[in-house]
Design a protein around this ligand. Structure first.
Ligand SMILES: [Zn+2]
Ligand SMILES: [Zn+2]
Length: 242
């Protein structure tokens, strides 16, 4: 079994992330993970209000947004853990930082660092159909993150591929059961992840039969639905402490 984290934030590239890549690598090694998909918040407010300030300039914000990803890749290599790139995107059409709904975040799998440099600004500007068309064209998968959290409004499921049915952030009520029901009903692709922000948070993800070779290969595994989602009942590590 290949244990893969699908939802993780780092300290310098998400305003809410609290852990350095070096410490994340150690924790995931201890927790028996084989891979991690880094999914830092990708919205205008985080990018220009947080990431740019970390590094003192907004000129290279797309590159700067990926600094922790590269650092985590190096740190995880020491333990034989693979690191893949991804986003937790809130383009302008669904960002929380505006006056009216929709409000939501979309995990983007399959995107490569090179594609982010090329299309990062487009992704911020896309509306729901443009984002979906772009994802289809580039072999990416759009998965609505924790759609039934209080802060979120329902996004248009016609323009996504999947739903995160098991978000194991310990301090958020993600209403995973509702997400799973809706995902089943619509026949969308289910995923799960820790929504890792702080130490001790590594508990979720998916279990695969083989290692993904790349971001695009991960998408084909997800589309083939040949994996299991880690749900609450298996995630004992942190519940014991709370
Ligand atoms: Zn966050
Ligand atoms: Zn998140």
């Amino acid at each position: 079994m290949y244990k893969l984290e699908m939802h993780l934030h780092t300290i310098h590239n998400s305003h809410c992330g609290q852990v350095e890549p070096v410490d994340i690598a150690r924790e995931y090694a201890d927790a028996g993970y084989n891979g991690i998909v880094v999914t830092n918040h990708f919205n205008r407010t985080d990018l220009f209000g947080y990431v740019a300030q970390q590094y003192g300039s907004r000129l290279n914000v797309m590159r700067d947004y990926m600094r922790d990803y590269y650092e985590l890749k190096d740190e995880c290599a020491k333990y034989g853990i693979d690191v893949f790139f991804g986003l937790e995107a809130a383009p302008d059409f669904c960002t929380y930082y505006k006056y009216s709904p929709p409000y939501g975040e979309i995990l983007v799998y399959g995107i490569t660092p090179e594609e982010l440099l090329e299309y990062g600004y487009d992704i911020l500007n896309f509306n729901k159909t443009e984002l979906y068309d772009w994802a289809e064209k580039h072999g990416c998968l759009l998965v609505v993150a924790h759609p039934y959290r209080k802060i979120c409004t329902e996004l248009d499921y016609r323009y996504v591929h999947g739903i995160e049915i098991s978000n194991l952030h310990p301090h958020q009520d993600s209403k995973n059961h509702k997400a799973e029901k809706v995902c089943d009903m619509l026949g969308l692709i289910p995923t799960g992840g820790s929504d890792y922000h702080f130490e001790g948070g590594a508990r979720g993800g998916i279990l695969l039969k083989r290692a993904p070779e790349s971001e695009k290969d991960l998408v084909s595994i997800l589309k083939g639905r040949d994996y299991e989602v880690i749900k609450e009942k298996w995630a004992r590590r942190l519940t014991r402490q709370t």
